[in-house]
Design a protein. Structure first.
Length: 416
């Protein structure tokens, strides 16, 4: 029989039973849609984590108080964005020593943090307050949208000037330009001299634009108060000159701080150093593993769909026994019957794969819009989904096709 006739017979058998054909393909539809959506969610999570960590600053090392696990000052795998730690073990002197003695460092920025109520021109807003030095902008890759950053002299003198994020500017002054206006942080008046460019919301749910930056000494003495004693700081950001020197800078910083804090060999550090590149790699590896797990679970649906195709095709062989016997009697070869039933199984599976791919793409886009999640659909999703669904049809349709081809024409014609 010609190939075109085989395709026509296969298509005719599928069209003759539309409901049964749709239900047969349903398992493949669900399986392909689940694989595409799960993969998209995993890649979206990976992009979200990557953009968040990259937004903290490139080539960045975060030094925070608190004993590190296992000693030696290693970066650790846990991500702590400027956590205060278990004690106040970092100081201005530590930051100055790092800036002075560690090579390949472009910026060192000590930070203290607090939360305070802001009031300005009849408006109120509760925001995150950070006491920083001018190098903070360099370390965190921040950009001034309007106005300016306070300089070293203003920072040393503890001048009452601040730079604010876009959220603070909007909540306190709406569309008005806040530069040159006054804002009270608790009861202390500060002058707004600059506004930061927007950085948006992080994947941890924190609004990165809801922040007020002031000189370190002014915020520590006037806002944070007793929570930051003397010259202590909660975090030190260290920016390496380039990615190649990041590990070396982290090691030198750890060794220097151990000397500064007089930590004996073998004793645990009273601080932690975290390398953003290492954190990014660990996060990406974790998300990639999670994505593979989700895709593997979703592929179970494809296998279930394949079993469904095999069951329905076996039923079809039983129902069409007389038809098979008649075709063999008029000259059809066993190979023709085998190919026809295999084509039916592959067509059903491939059609289910196409519908599942469409549903998966639309579902991934819908999830991205509803959850403000990156719609990351991999370019290989289409070819892999269709190829795998065709393979499922071929594998699970093989046995029913073989059963049909092995029927005895005489016995088949006698079947009622």
């Amino acid at each position: 029989m010609r190939s075109i006739e085989l395709l026509r017979f296969a298509a005719g058998a599928i069209i003759a039973h539309p409901m049964r054909s749709a239900l047969t393909s349903l398992g493949v539809v669900i399986g392909v849609a689940a694989v595409v959506m799960m993969t998209s969610i995993g890649l979206g999570a990976q992009q979200r984590v990557t953009s968040t960590i990259a937004g903290l600053g490139s080539n960045l090392i975060i030094v925070s108080p608190g004993a590190s696990r296992g000693g030696g000052g290693g970066g650790g795998s846990g991500f702590v964005m400027g956590a205060a730690g278990s004690g106040q073990t970092l100081s201005d002197a530590d930051a100055e020593a790092i800036a002075r003695q560690v090579e390949n460092v472009t910026a060192v920025a000590p930070v203290v943090r607090g939360q305070a109520q802001l009031t300005a021109d009849g408006a109120n807003w509760n925001s995150r307050i950070e006491g920083v030095t001018p190098d903070y902008l360099i370390a965190r890759d921040l950009v001034i949208a309007s106005g300016r950053m306070f300089d070293d002299r203003e920072a040393r003198q503890g001048r009452k000037v601040v730079v604010i994020g876009q959220t603070v500017a909007r909540e306190l002054w709406g569309d008005l330009d806040p530069v040159g206006r006054r804002v009270r942080v608790r009861s202390v008046p500060f002058e707004v001299i600059g506004v930061l460019e927007s950085k948006g919301q992080s994947s941890f749910g924190q609004d990165q634009d809801d922040v007020l930056l002031g000189p370190l000494e002014a915020v520590r003495s006037r806002i944070v108060g007793r929570r930051a004693r003397g010259d202590t700081v909660q975090t030190i950001y260290v920016k390496a000159a380039d990615a190649d020197s990041l590990d070396r800078v982290q090691e030198d910083t750890t060794n220097l701080l151990r000397e500064q804090h007089r930590i004996r060999p073998g004793d645990d550090d009273d601080f932690q150093t975290q390398n953003m590149a290492s954190i990014l790699q660990a996060s990406q590896a974790a998300v990639a593993t999670f994505t593979i797990l989700l895709a593997a679970v979703a592929m179970v649906s494809l296998l279930v769909g394949g079993v469904g195709i095999m069951n329905i095709m076996l039923v079809a062989v039983t129902e069409r026994t007389r038809e098979i016997g008649l075709r063999m009697a008029v000259g059809a070869k066993r190979s023709d019957v085998l190919i026809q039933f295999a084509l039916e199984a592959i067509t059903l599976s491939l059609a289910g794969g196409l519908v599942g791919l469409l549903i998966g793409v639309l579902g991934a886009i819908a999830i991205a819009k509803l959850g403000s999640w990156p719609a990351a659909i991999p370019p290989w999703a289409g070819p892999v989904a269709l190829g795998f669904s065709s393979l499922v049809g071929l594998v699970f349709g093989a046995y029913p096709s073989w059963r049909a081809a092995r029927l005895d024409p005489i016995e088949a014609l006698r079947r009622e």
